[in-house]
Design a protein around this ligand. Structure first.
Ligand code: ADP
Ligand code: MN
Ligand code: MN
Ligand code: MN
Length: 375
Protein backbone atom coordinates (compact mmCIF):
# COMPACT_ATOMS: atom_id res chain seq x y z
CA UNK A 1 0.00 0.00 0.00
CA UNK A 2 1.17 3.53 -0.88
CA UNK A 3 1.95 5.41 2.33
CA UNK A 4 2.60 8.85 0.78
CA UNK A 5 -0.36 11.12 -0.03
CA UNK A 6 -1.65 11.65 -3.56
CA UNK A 7 -1.45 15.46 -3.22
CA UNK A 8 2.27 15.28 -2.58
CA UNK A 9 2.69 13.72 -6.00
CA UNK A 10 1.00 16.48 -8.00
CA UNK A 11 3.31 18.02 -10.60
CA UNK A 12 5.62 20.40 -8.71
CA UNK A 13 7.14 21.87 -11.91
CA UNK A 14 3.70 23.13 -12.95
CA UNK A 15 3.18 24.57 -9.47
CA UNK A 16 6.48 26.45 -9.72
CA UNK A 17 5.33 28.41 -12.77
CA UNK A 18 2.46 29.94 -10.80
CA UNK A 19 4.40 30.43 -7.60
CA UNK A 20 6.91 32.62 -9.42
CA UNK A 21 4.29 35.03 -10.84
CA UNK A 22 4.65 38.63 -9.53
CA UNK A 23 1.92 39.73 -7.11
CA UNK A 24 1.73 43.46 -7.85
CA UNK A 25 2.47 44.80 -4.39
CA UNK A 26 -0.30 42.78 -2.76
CA UNK A 27 0.43 40.66 0.27
CA UNK A 28 -0.93 37.24 1.22
CA UNK A 29 -1.45 36.83 4.94
CA UNK A 30 -2.14 33.38 6.39
CA UNK A 31 -3.92 33.47 9.76
CA UNK A 32 -3.11 30.48 12.00
CA UNK A 33 -4.99 29.39 15.13
CA UNK A 34 -5.35 26.47 17.55
CA UNK A 35 -8.65 24.60 17.15
CA UNK A 36 -11.03 23.15 19.74
CA UNK A 37 -9.00 19.97 20.20
CA UNK A 38 -6.18 22.00 21.75
CA UNK A 39 -3.78 20.22 19.39
CA UNK A 40 -4.96 20.84 15.86
CA UNK A 41 -3.93 23.91 13.88
CA UNK A 42 -6.13 25.67 11.33
CA UNK A 43 -5.29 28.38 8.82
CA UNK A 44 -6.81 30.56 6.12
CA UNK A 45 -5.43 33.25 3.87
CA UNK A 46 -6.48 36.73 2.73
CA UNK A 47 -5.04 39.54 0.62
CA UNK A 48 -3.83 42.84 2.09
CA UNK A 49 -3.13 45.76 -0.25
CA UNK A 50 0.23 46.48 1.35
CA UNK A 51 2.87 44.54 3.19
CA UNK A 52 2.20 44.85 6.95
CA UNK A 53 5.21 46.31 8.76
CA UNK A 54 4.17 45.06 12.19
CA UNK A 55 1.43 43.09 13.89
CA UNK A 56 -0.61 46.30 14.34
CA UNK A 57 -1.03 46.52 10.55
CA UNK A 58 -2.86 43.18 10.41
CA UNK A 59 -6.64 43.44 10.84
CA UNK A 60 -8.72 41.15 13.05
CA UNK A 61 -10.62 38.49 11.14
CA UNK A 62 -13.15 35.77 11.91
CA UNK A 63 -14.03 32.16 11.17
CA UNK A 64 -16.76 29.59 11.68
CA UNK A 65 -16.13 28.08 15.10
CA UNK A 66 -18.74 25.36 14.62
CA UNK A 67 -16.41 23.71 12.10
CA UNK A 68 -13.39 23.68 14.41
CA UNK A 69 -14.97 22.26 17.61
CA UNK A 70 -14.96 25.79 19.05
CA UNK A 71 -18.63 26.77 19.17
CA UNK A 72 -22.21 25.74 18.52
CA UNK A 73 -23.59 26.41 15.02
CA UNK A 74 -26.15 28.92 16.31
CA UNK A 75 -23.49 31.35 17.55
CA UNK A 76 -20.44 30.39 15.61
CA UNK A 77 -18.60 33.57 14.54
CA UNK A 78 -15.24 33.63 16.31
CA UNK A 79 -12.68 36.44 16.31
CA UNK A 80 -9.10 35.96 15.16
CA UNK A 81 -6.82 38.39 16.99
CA UNK A 82 -3.35 38.58 15.38
CA UNK A 83 -0.60 38.30 18.01
CA UNK A 84 2.64 37.38 16.26
CA UNK A 85 3.91 37.81 12.69
CA UNK A 86 6.39 35.68 10.71
CA UNK A 87 7.66 35.54 7.13
CA UNK A 88 5.97 32.89 4.98
CA UNK A 89 8.59 30.34 3.86
CA UNK A 90 6.17 28.69 1.41
CA UNK A 91 4.99 31.66 -0.70
CA UNK A 92 8.01 33.82 0.31
CA UNK A 93 8.36 37.60 0.88
CA UNK A 94 6.39 39.81 1.24
CA UNK A 95 3.82 37.24 2.40
CA UNK A 96 3.21 36.58 6.08
CA UNK A 97 2.11 33.96 8.57
CA UNK A 98 0.29 35.35 11.56
CA UNK A 99 -0.48 33.44 14.73
CA UNK A 100 -3.82 34.41 16.29
CA UNK A 101 -5.64 34.15 19.58
CA UNK A 102 -9.26 33.03 19.34
CA UNK A 103 -12.01 35.04 21.08
CA UNK A 104 -15.67 34.07 21.07
CA UNK A 105 -18.71 36.29 20.28
CA UNK A 106 -18.39 38.19 23.59
CA UNK A 107 -14.66 38.74 22.99
CA UNK A 108 -13.67 36.44 25.84
CA UNK A 109 -11.09 33.67 25.29
CA UNK A 110 -12.60 30.45 23.92
CA UNK A 111 -13.43 27.90 26.59
CA UNK A 112 -15.68 25.61 24.60
CA UNK A 113 -15.29 21.84 24.07
CA UNK A 114 -11.79 22.07 25.47
CA UNK A 115 -10.36 25.21 26.95
CA UNK A 116 -8.03 25.92 24.08
CA UNK A 117 -7.07 29.58 24.43
CA UNK A 118 -4.40 29.15 27.08
CA UNK A 119 -2.49 32.10 25.66
CA UNK A 120 -4.64 34.79 27.24
CA UNK A 121 -4.00 33.64 30.82
CA UNK A 122 -0.37 32.69 30.07
CA UNK A 123 0.24 36.24 28.89
CA UNK A 124 -1.13 37.68 32.13
CA UNK A 125 1.25 35.52 34.15
CA UNK A 126 4.25 36.35 31.96
CA UNK A 127 3.55 40.06 32.39
CA UNK A 128 3.43 39.61 36.14
CA UNK A 129 6.80 37.83 36.27
CA UNK A 130 8.52 40.11 33.75
CA UNK A 131 11.13 41.31 36.27
CA UNK A 132 12.55 37.74 36.54
CA UNK A 133 13.32 37.58 32.79
CA UNK A 134 12.18 33.93 32.60
CA UNK A 135 13.53 32.02 29.60
CA UNK A 136 12.22 28.75 28.20
CA UNK A 137 13.58 26.29 25.66
CA UNK A 138 11.34 23.42 24.55
CA UNK A 139 12.44 20.19 22.87
CA UNK A 140 9.66 19.09 20.55
CA UNK A 141 9.77 15.36 19.82
CA UNK A 142 7.53 13.98 17.07
CA UNK A 143 7.04 10.90 14.93
CA UNK A 144 6.65 10.72 11.17
CA UNK A 145 3.79 8.54 9.96
CA UNK A 146 2.77 7.44 6.49
CA UNK A 147 -0.83 8.16 5.44
CA UNK A 148 -1.47 4.56 6.57
CA UNK A 149 -0.86 5.85 10.17
CA UNK A 150 2.12 3.52 10.59
CA UNK A 151 5.59 5.01 11.31
CA UNK A 152 7.17 6.24 8.10
CA UNK A 153 9.65 3.79 6.60
CA UNK A 154 8.84 0.90 8.95
CA UNK A 155 8.36 -2.46 7.22
CA UNK A 156 4.66 -3.06 6.51
CA UNK A 157 4.68 -6.43 8.21
CA UNK A 158 6.80 -6.19 11.33
CA UNK A 159 9.29 -3.90 12.96
CA UNK A 160 12.67 -2.32 12.30
CA UNK A 161 15.73 -3.53 14.24
CA UNK A 162 15.56 -2.65 17.97
CA UNK A 163 16.44 0.81 19.28
CA UNK A 164 20.14 1.60 19.52
CA UNK A 165 21.55 2.94 16.26
CA UNK A 166 18.90 5.59 15.54
CA UNK A 167 19.49 8.42 18.07
CA UNK A 168 21.55 11.06 16.20
CA UNK A 169 22.12 8.36 13.57
CA UNK A 170 23.21 8.67 9.95
CA UNK A 171 22.72 6.41 6.96
CA UNK A 172 19.75 5.00 5.08
CA UNK A 173 19.32 2.18 7.60
CA UNK A 174 19.24 4.60 10.59
CA UNK A 175 17.66 7.92 9.54
CA UNK A 176 14.06 7.81 8.31
CA UNK A 177 12.78 10.98 6.62
CA UNK A 178 15.62 13.47 7.11
CA UNK A 179 14.40 15.58 4.15
CA UNK A 180 11.52 16.73 6.31
CA UNK A 181 13.76 17.66 9.23
CA UNK A 182 16.12 19.71 7.07
CA UNK A 183 13.34 21.49 5.18
CA UNK A 184 11.53 22.30 8.42
CA UNK A 185 14.73 23.73 9.92
CA UNK A 186 15.24 26.05 6.93
CA UNK A 187 11.58 27.04 6.97
CA UNK A 188 11.86 28.03 10.66
CA UNK A 189 14.96 30.14 10.04
CA UNK A 190 13.36 31.89 7.07
CA UNK A 191 10.13 32.53 8.98
CA UNK A 192 11.92 34.00 11.99
CA UNK A 193 11.12 31.18 14.41
CA UNK A 194 13.78 30.94 17.14
CA UNK A 195 14.79 27.34 16.35
CA UNK A 196 17.77 26.14 18.40
CA UNK A 197 18.60 22.80 16.80
CA UNK A 198 17.44 19.37 15.76
CA UNK A 199 18.35 15.68 16.11
CA UNK A 200 17.19 12.18 15.24
CA UNK A 201 15.57 10.38 18.20
CA UNK A 202 15.86 6.93 19.77
CA UNK A 203 12.93 5.37 17.88
CA UNK A 204 13.32 5.21 14.09
CA UNK A 205 11.13 7.88 12.35
CA UNK A 206 11.15 9.90 15.56
CA UNK A 207 12.86 13.30 15.53
CA UNK A 208 13.25 16.37 17.69
CA UNK A 209 13.65 20.07 17.17
CA UNK A 210 14.28 22.61 19.91
CA UNK A 211 12.96 26.16 20.14
CA UNK A 212 14.48 28.79 22.41
CA UNK A 213 15.66 30.27 24.55
CA UNK A 214 12.53 32.43 24.40
CA UNK A 215 11.40 34.90 27.04
CA UNK A 216 7.89 34.59 28.50
CA UNK A 217 4.98 34.39 26.08
CA UNK A 218 7.34 34.07 23.06
CA UNK A 219 7.92 30.41 23.96
CA UNK A 220 4.36 29.38 23.17
CA UNK A 221 4.12 31.64 20.13
CA UNK A 222 7.30 30.33 18.53
CA UNK A 223 6.63 26.66 19.32
CA UNK A 224 3.11 26.76 17.91
CA UNK A 225 4.36 28.36 14.68
CA UNK A 226 7.22 25.83 14.49
CA UNK A 227 4.60 23.06 14.78
CA UNK A 228 2.53 24.65 12.01
CA UNK A 229 5.61 24.77 9.77
CA UNK A 230 6.32 21.10 10.50
CA UNK A 231 2.80 19.99 9.57
CA UNK A 232 2.94 22.12 6.43
CA UNK A 233 6.34 20.76 5.34
CA UNK A 234 5.12 17.20 6.00
CA UNK A 235 2.08 17.90 3.83
CA UNK A 236 4.39 18.78 0.91
CA UNK A 237 6.14 15.44 1.34
CA UNK A 238 2.89 13.53 1.76
CA UNK A 239 3.55 12.26 5.29
CA UNK A 240 2.12 13.12 8.71
CA UNK A 241 3.82 14.34 11.89
CA UNK A 242 2.18 13.13 15.07
CA UNK A 243 2.78 14.58 18.54
CA UNK A 244 1.24 11.53 20.21
CA UNK A 245 3.33 10.92 23.35
CA UNK A 246 3.50 7.15 22.79
CA UNK A 247 2.83 6.34 19.15
CA UNK A 248 4.08 2.74 19.34
CA UNK A 249 3.41 0.42 22.26
CA UNK A 250 6.17 -1.85 23.47
CA UNK A 251 9.90 -1.35 23.57
CA UNK A 252 9.86 1.96 21.70
CA UNK A 253 10.53 5.40 23.19
CA UNK A 254 7.67 7.85 23.58
CA UNK A 255 7.70 11.51 22.61
CA UNK A 256 7.99 14.37 25.06
CA UNK A 257 8.42 18.10 25.07
CA UNK A 258 11.17 18.68 27.65
CA UNK A 259 10.93 22.22 28.94
CA UNK A 260 14.12 24.02 29.95
CA UNK A 261 13.76 26.96 32.31
CA UNK A 262 15.87 29.74 33.77
CA UNK A 263 15.41 33.12 35.41
CA UNK A 264 17.98 35.89 35.48
CA UNK A 265 18.89 34.85 39.05
CA UNK A 266 19.52 31.26 37.95
CA UNK A 267 21.71 32.35 35.04
CA UNK A 268 23.95 34.51 37.22
CA UNK A 269 26.86 33.46 39.48
CA UNK A 270 25.63 31.11 42.24
CA UNK A 271 22.29 30.65 40.47
CA UNK A 272 22.06 26.98 41.46
CA UNK A 273 20.38 27.91 44.75
CA UNK A 274 17.50 29.52 42.81
CA UNK A 275 17.23 26.41 40.64
CA UNK A 276 17.00 24.27 43.79
CA UNK A 277 14.30 26.55 45.24
CA UNK A 278 12.27 26.26 42.02
CA UNK A 279 12.58 22.45 42.04
CA UNK A 280 11.42 22.33 45.66
CA UNK A 281 8.27 24.28 44.71
CA UNK A 282 7.64 22.11 41.65
CA UNK A 283 7.81 18.98 43.80
CA UNK A 284 4.93 20.21 45.95
CA UNK A 285 2.61 20.62 42.97
CA UNK A 286 3.52 17.56 40.86
CA UNK A 287 -0.06 16.38 40.31
CA UNK A 288 -1.30 19.82 39.27
CA UNK A 289 1.47 20.04 36.71
CA UNK A 290 0.81 16.57 35.29
CA UNK A 291 -2.80 17.67 34.68
CA UNK A 292 -1.70 20.47 32.34
CA UNK A 293 1.25 18.71 30.69
CA UNK A 294 -0.95 17.11 28.03
CA UNK A 295 -4.33 18.16 26.58
CA UNK A 296 -6.27 15.43 28.43
CA UNK A 297 -5.33 16.01 32.04
CA UNK A 298 -2.59 13.37 32.11
CA UNK A 299 -4.48 10.67 30.21
CA UNK A 300 -2.08 10.86 27.24
CA UNK A 301 1.10 11.20 29.25
CA UNK A 302 0.27 8.15 31.38
CA UNK A 303 1.16 5.96 28.38
CA UNK A 304 4.57 7.65 28.18
CA UNK A 305 5.70 8.38 31.77
CA UNK A 306 6.23 4.76 32.77
CA UNK A 307 9.59 5.03 34.51
CA UNK A 308 11.18 3.26 31.53
CA UNK A 309 12.57 4.57 28.22
CA UNK A 310 14.29 7.60 29.80
CA UNK A 311 11.18 8.74 31.68
CA UNK A 312 10.13 9.06 35.30
CA UNK A 313 6.92 7.49 36.62
CA UNK A 314 3.85 9.74 36.31
CA UNK A 315 3.13 9.12 40.01
CA UNK A 316 6.47 10.30 41.43
CA UNK A 317 8.42 13.50 41.51
CA UNK A 318 12.21 13.32 41.38
CA UNK A 319 15.15 15.54 40.48
CA UNK A 320 18.81 14.90 39.76
CA UNK A 321 21.95 16.10 38.06
CA UNK A 322 22.35 14.50 34.61
CA UNK A 323 19.57 12.00 35.44
CA UNK A 324 17.32 11.31 32.45
CA UNK A 325 15.10 9.03 34.53
CA UNK A 326 13.93 11.87 36.80
CA UNK A 327 11.12 14.41 36.47
CA UNK A 328 13.57 17.30 36.63
CA UNK A 329 17.12 17.12 35.34
CA UNK A 330 19.89 19.57 36.13
CA UNK A 331 22.28 19.38 33.16
CA UNK A 332 25.77 18.22 34.20
CA UNK A 333 27.38 21.48 33.12
CA UNK A 334 24.89 23.47 35.22
CA UNK A 335 25.78 21.33 38.24
CA UNK A 336 29.46 22.06 37.67
CA UNK A 337 29.17 25.79 37.00
CA UNK A 338 26.54 26.20 39.72
CA UNK A 339 24.38 28.36 37.45
CA UNK A 340 22.25 28.02 34.35
CA UNK A 341 18.89 26.28 33.90
CA UNK A 342 16.90 23.15 34.72
CA UNK A 343 14.90 20.77 32.54
CA UNK A 344 11.34 19.63 33.27
CA UNK A 345 11.13 16.30 31.43
CA UNK A 346 7.44 15.65 32.16
CA UNK A 347 5.50 17.58 29.46
CA UNK A 348 4.12 15.35 26.69
CA UNK A 349 4.89 16.00 23.02
CA UNK A 350 1.29 17.17 22.49
CA UNK A 351 1.28 19.62 25.40
CA UNK A 352 0.16 23.21 24.98
CA UNK A 353 3.34 25.27 25.58
CA UNK A 354 1.22 28.16 26.92
CA UNK A 355 -0.26 25.89 29.62
CA UNK A 356 3.15 24.39 30.49
CA UNK A 357 5.10 27.65 30.70
CA UNK A 358 2.26 29.31 32.61
CA UNK A 359 2.19 26.52 35.23
CA UNK A 360 5.96 26.65 35.69
CA UNK A 361 6.04 30.44 36.02
CA UNK A 362 3.15 30.43 38.52
CA UNK A 363 4.62 27.67 40.68
CA UNK A 364 8.19 28.96 40.69
CA UNK A 365 7.67 32.73 40.80
CA UNK A 366 4.30 33.75 42.24
CA UNK A 367 3.13 33.70 45.84
CA UNK A 368 -0.44 32.74 46.83
CA UNK A 369 -1.84 36.29 46.73
CA UNK A 370 -0.30 37.08 43.35
CA UNK A 371 -1.65 33.79 42.01
CA UNK A 372 -5.18 34.59 43.16
CA UNK A 373 -5.02 38.03 41.53
CA UNK A 374 -4.62 36.55 38.05
CA UNK A 375 -7.45 34.02 38.41
P1 ADP B 1 18.95 17.77 25.85
O1 ADP B 1 20.37 17.57 26.27
O2 ADP B 1 18.02 17.68 27.02
O3 ADP B 1 18.53 16.88 24.72
P2 ADP B 1 18.72 19.95 23.89
O4 ADP B 1 20.07 20.32 23.38
O5 ADP B 1 17.87 19.11 23.02
O6 ADP B 1 18.89 19.32 25.37
O7 ADP B 1 17.89 21.27 24.19
C1 ADP B 1 18.34 22.28 25.03
C2 ADP B 1 17.25 23.32 25.19
O8 ADP B 1 17.60 24.18 26.27
C3 ADP B 1 17.01 24.23 23.99
O9 ADP B 1 15.63 24.34 23.71
C4 ADP B 1 17.55 25.58 24.45
O10 ADP B 1 16.83 26.65 23.87
C5 ADP B 1 17.30 25.50 25.94
N1 ADP B 1 18.15 26.39 26.75
C6 ADP B 1 19.49 26.60 26.67
N2 ADP B 1 19.89 27.50 27.59
C7 ADP B 1 18.78 27.86 28.31
C8 ADP B 1 18.53 28.74 29.40
N3 ADP B 1 19.52 29.45 30.00
N4 ADP B 1 17.27 28.87 29.86
C9 ADP B 1 16.28 28.16 29.30
N5 ADP B 1 16.45 27.30 28.26
C10 ADP B 1 17.67 27.15 27.77
MN1 MN C 1 17.01 17.16 23.33
MN1 MN D 1 14.91 14.07 22.96
MN1 MN E 1 15.97 17.00 27.02
Amino acid sequence: MESVSLSSRLNKAVRQQYMSLPQDGKCQVTYIWIDGTGEGLRNKTRTLNEEPKSIEDIPEWNFDGSSTYQSEGSNSDMYLIPVCMFRDPFTLDPNKLVLCEVLKYNRLPTVCFLETNHRASCKKVMEKVKEYAIWFGMEQEYTLLGTDKYPFGWPTNGYPAPQGPYYCGVGADNAYGRDIVECHYKACLYAGVNIYGTNAEVMPSQWEFQVGPCEGIDMGDHLWVARFLLHRVCEDFGVVATMDPKPMKGNWNGAGCHTNVSTMDMREEGGLQYIEQAIEKLGKRHCEHIKVYDPRGGQDNIRRLTGHHETSSINDFSAGVANRGSSIRIPRQVGQEKKGYFEDRRPAANCDPYAVTKAIAVTCLLNKEEEEEIE
